[in-house]
Design a binder for this molecule. Structure first.
Ligand code: NAP
Length: 257
């Protein structure tokens, strides 16, 4: 049993799994646990989260370790996006330094099935090198942050789907912007591919159901998928669902929810 009263659970969030975990932790443990979710603060209108929310970076691993100690954090669940490698590495180092139990919650990666044509790339730079050999009209669902990697590509039309309108123009020669918030269903993915004449899909292996329909739509349309592999996660306890994370919290607290 953890020794302080109402110990603080810090969830590093920004994902559907983090929101599900916050809701479950508040529901099951609110008498025993202060549930705080940390958001990077890049999304202008983030989805509602149960419990308390703090927003903004910590300022690196050392500063995070200091903040965890200063706030008397007892448990950390890193439920950030599988591609958010910096915050996950920082959390691993900070929790080691501050001697705080940490769990990594990453949803399972997608896997190619029969009928899929996937070409894997290690990162956006490798994807940018491969892309011109694979098609002429590319649906891009990798997020806004690394689009500059595609800036030098000529003779390619990009259809860039983002959750929110970006602050500035896209750094691409020929691009259409589609603003849409997941989940995306199969019918709308089929329509998007057909309407724009998409012949290649560039995406990250984020996993999860909310954005998986594009993979089936690509398979049906016979379109290849340029799939960026996940960065390696930090070592340590890892689960794939909010339910398993809740059980880990229960174990740390010395009981079951
Ligand atoms: P990152 O590169 O790991 O994080 C960069 C910095 O942002 C961290 O070092 C940290 O700043 C701060 N930060 C990130 N998450 C935080 C959190 N939950 N609480 C407090 N601070 C946080 O990750 P990223 O920049 O967020 O994203 C990298 C990639 O992940 C994106 O390009 C995208 O592919 C993917 N992503 C996707 C989604 C999505 O919902 N589709 C969401 C997030 C990320 P300090 O060092 O100052 O602490």
């Amino acid at each position: 049993m953890l020794d302080s009263e109402r110990p603080m659970l810090l969830i590093l969030g920004g994902t559907a799994e983090a929101r599900a975990l916050a809701a479950a932790a508040v529901k099951h443990w609110s008498d025993d646990l202060r549930v705080v979710t940390s958001l990077a603060g890049r999304t202008r209108a983030p989805a509602a989260v149960a419990g308390e929310v703090r927003t903004g970076g910590f300022g690196g691993a050392e500063a995070m370790a200091e903040a965890l100690s200063a706030d008397d954090v007892s448990l950390v669940v890193d439920a950030t996006h599988p591609f958010a490698a910096n915050i996950s590495d920082n959390a691993a180092r900070a929790c080691t330094a501050a001697q705080i139990p940490r769990l990594l919650l990453h949803r399972p990666a997608w896997r190619a099935g029969p009928g899929d044509t996937w070409i894997e790339a290690a990162d956006m730079a490798e994807a940018a090198a491969l892309l011109p050999t694979l098609g002429r009209c590319c649906l891009v669902t990798t997020g806004v942050q690394e689009l500059a990697a595609l800036a030098g590509i000529q003779n390619m039309r990009f259809v860039v789907r983002l959750v929110e309108r970006p602050a500035g123009p896209l750094p691409l020669v020929d691009a259409a912007l589609v603003i849409a918030r997941p989940p995306h269903d199969l019918a709308s993915e089929r329509t998007l591919i057909a309407d724009h004449g998409i012949d290649i899909l560039l995406t990250k292996n984020a996993g999860g159901d909310a954005t998986a329909a594009k993979l089936r739509a690509a398979r049906e349309a016979g379109i290849p998928v340029l799939m960026i592999r996940r960065p390696p996660p930090p070592a340590g306890d890892t689960v794939e669902t909010a339910a398993d994370a809740l059980n880990w919290i229960g174990d740390q607290l010395g009981g079951t929810p």
